[in-house]
Structure formats: C-alpha cells, structure tokens
Design a binder for this molecule. Structure first.
Ligand SMILES: [Zn+2]
Ligand SMILES: [Zn+2]
Length: 140
C-alpha cells in the first residue's frame, strides 16, 4: 500500500497496486500547474486509489478534445491527481506527493516539443514530441 498527501495535509490518499506507467510530462499545462519544467506522474488504476479530504478540481479540454481534470488541494494548492476522459479507469498521481517514491522508475518523457531549455530531460528514456498513441495495457 502506498500513501501520499498534499503539503498541508488536508488531503491524503492510499493506493493499492503498482503504477501502470511513470512518465515525465513537459507540456505547457504541466508547467503551469507545477510551476516547474515538467511533472512526473505515476498512473494507477483509479479503483485502487482512496482519497481522504475534499480536494478541489479543475476541468479543461485537451488538444484532442478529451476532458482533463486536475485534482488539487484547495487549501495549499498541491497538485495531487489527473484524470483524462481519453483514458478511463486510470488516474495519474503527482509523484512528488507520495510518501515513498524511491521505487518509481520513469519509463517515458512526453511533450518534449515544449520542454524548457533549462529543464534537462532524461536522455535515456523514450521521448515523444506530444502524447504518444499509448494506452494502459500496451507495451511502453
Ligand atoms: Zn493541502
Ligand atoms: Zn503534461
């Protein structure tokens, strides 16, 4: 079982199971939501995630017309989760909010086209200019 929480502790969560994929995302939305060069997200089956507290959320429409929901603590602003109607049944967890993330192994870097020059990308990873045509269950 994995545990995580926001900065202030108003929101916390537990997760059963292992991540389906761990990815660095350099898209402009992730840069704005994190205030950093990229986010690192671990995707899990949504039914294995139990959330305590009452996080806020924000919906927007992605380039390909899906609804992307950003879930964050409304008190301290920590990003916590992301959902995408294009990938039902899974939820991305902001890796930095996990209590213990030492065992996470990033497998891919996406939206490299908007990477900031000051944000070094892991050159050893498969890298895609945008979102690859990848779905949970496919080989990465
Ligand atoms: Zn908080
Ligand atoms: Zn992104």
């Amino acid at each position: 079982m994995r545990h995580g929480r926001c900065l202030c502790g108003a929101c916390s969560y537990e997760i059963d199971g292992d991540p389906i994929v761990v990815a660095h995302c350099h898209c402009r939305d992730c840069q704005r939501v994190s205030g950093a060069g990229h986010t690192t997200g671990a995707m899990f089956h949504a039914d294995g995630i139990r959330i305590s507290g009452n996080p806020s959320s924000f919906d927007m429409t992605s380039e390909n017309g899906n609804t992307v929901t950003r879930i964050f603590c409304g008190v301290c602003g920590s990003p916590l989760f992301g959902r995408n109607t294009g990938m039902p049944g899974v939820m991305t967890v902001a890796a930095g909010t996990l209590e213990r993330s030492d065992d996470l192994v990033p497998q891919v870097a996406i939206f490299a086209r908007t990477r900031a020059p000051w944000d070094l990308m892991d050159e050893t990873l498969p890298t895609f200019d945008t979102q690859p045509g990848w779905k949970p269950g496919d080989e990465v």
